[in-house]
Design a protein around this ligand. Structure first.
Ligand code: 13P
Length: 341
């Protein structure tokens, strides 16, 4: 492992004003997104859609540091025959790859899941590196409910994340470590804070046991935030303050950067929260976005699967990338959204 090089990539992933585009929806998830815009999900339509984003040159150059790809996409070519990986590199962004193989029920823990994909991961990482991937992602899913999460669930997922991270670094790939506490429930922000703290503490403990070098990872957490169905929704300022406090409590300063998932927040909420945290300032790590839905929803609604909408969809994507880029600097303002509308 060359830690200096891993650290260089990790720092570039969280460079000031830039963040990560999570375009790694599995075939099942992207089909759901396409169903919502009445578009058939085929190899070509998925390629056309993703190419549209990767060719939003100004947005990519200025605000996107890296792109997380799904296995299908990393091998795909653009319409003109250029490998999509090359399109991403030409736009100045780093190609990355989702390497987990989804979730399975966790035995003896009703309703809980564990992420799979460690078997043969070492071989797959070698091939992805040859194809241009310089970072990877593995997502653990932790649900909040009555009696959940169990320690078994937190521990099994933290262990798998750490095994994955160690394998990545051995393959000279920066692991994005993503323990996602879901915001789907009716729990309040303090319950989210408690569960996320538990998950983060356990994850860093397992990273230590597995000898993962923290200088060569990027953490992708959820924010401390109210569950979607909670009647009392925390304010932007409360989310920012509680999330920053939680991270200070759990994330060693050796970690170069933290890149949040959006997790089902509205586009503007995801931006406002990130901005408010960066306005607090004086943080030991870079704090940016690694959004899927909150970067892509507007572009999908504009595109609708039609080639005549590509330019407008690129503008919608570029707008969200710019807003989140500003939020990563703590320089976003709500009226920038209104002006664009
Ligand atoms: P969302 O921002 O849509 O939550 O997706 C980010 C991601 O990569 C989840 O694994």
């Amino acid at each position: 492992m060359n830690l200096a090089d891993l650290n260089k990539i990790a720092k570039a992933m969280v460079a000031p004003g830039r963040g990560i585009l999570a375009a790694d929806e599995s075939s099942g998830t992207i089909k759901k997104r396409f169903d919502a815009i009445n578009t058939e999900s085929t190899e070509d339509s998925r390629r056309d859609y993703r190419e549209l984003m990767f060719r939003s040159t100004e947005a990519m150059k200025n605000h996107i540091s890296g792109v997380i790809l799904y296995d299908e996409t990393i091998w795909q070519k653009a319409k003109d025959g250029t490998p999509l990986v090359k399109v991403i590199e030409a736009a100045g962004a780093i190609p990355g790859i989702k390497v987990d193989e989804g979730i399975k029920p966790l035995p003896n823990c009703p309703g809980e899941v564990v992420t799979i994909g460690l078997d043969k991961l070492a071989d797959r990482l070698t091939k992805y590196y040859e194809q241009g991937a310089r970072f990877a992602k593995w997502r653990a899913v932790i649900d909040v409910g009555a009696g959940m999460p169990s320690y078994s669930c937190i521990r099994a997922n933290a262990h798998a994340l750490a095994r994955y991270a160690a394998l990545c670094q051995a393959a000279q790939i920066v692991p994005i470590v993503e323990p996602e506490v879901l915001m789907d429930g009716d729990h309040d922000i303090d319950r989210c804070l408690e569960v996320t703290t538990f998950a983060l503490k356990e994850t860093f403990q397992e990273l230590y046991y597995n000898k993962v070098a923290l200088e060569g990872i990027v953490l992708k957490p959820n924010m401390a935030i109210s569950g979607k169905k909670c009647p009392k929704q925390a304010s932007v300022q409360e989310v920012a303050e509680k999330t920053v406090k939680m991270l200070r409590d759990c994330v060693p300063s050796a970690v170069p950067g933290v890149a949040f998932l959006s997790g089902g927040q509205s586009d503007e909420a995801a931006t406002a929260h990130l901005d408010a945290m960066n306005k607090i300032g004086n943080l030991p790590w870079g704090l940016t976005f690694s959004y899927g839905r909150a970067l892509q929803a507007a572009a999908q609604k504009t595109w609708l699967g039609k080639s005549e909408n590509v330019a407008a969809a690129q503008r919608a994507f570029a707008h969200r990338a710019k807003m989140n880029g500003l939020a990563a600097l703590g320089q976003w303002k709500a009226d920038l959204e209104k002006k664009a509308a």
